[in-house]
Design a protein. Sequence first.
Length: 183
Amino acid sequence: MSLRTVYQTLRDRNNNDEVIQHGPYICNKSNAWLHNGYYFWEEFIEPAHHWGKNWCHNKYIITKGDCFIAPDDLFDLAGNMRHIREVSEIFEYLKEEGLATDETSVSHVIDFLQKLDCFDYLASRTNTTNAFKKKYDMDLLKYDINSDTFFVMRPAVQICIYDLEKASFKNFQIVYPEDVQSA
């Protein structure tokens, strides 16, 4: 199993006690990138701050937790080339069958697989850095001095956990602002 440190950005509603008691919170909005689930920033807190500053208008808190997700339980669109190829192939199949268009999202592909009982993953993850590239300090390192190709040292990797209990989610606490108590 793989221990992962994850961060969730939430609007600051002056309800920290409720957050500690009832968090983390599920996202089931229609624009959820990886389908309905608990969304977190993996390993780096910087994307959580970026999200809070830009989408919560600087009124946010950040929670932190740990979870265990075995590689076989993770649909990894950030690092598993086989999974990335599967999404591509399924999307092409759906287009050929008239069930998808160029407007179809990753979430719709996952929904299709879930409805067919072909998706038994505990979580999905993806690199969302490209959504941040104009505003987010990615901390870049060039591969070659004469190239515009960079290694991103602080990627915005998002993980969506579908079942917190099965992921052994624990150590939930508020870490920003820093003076807040944990559970």
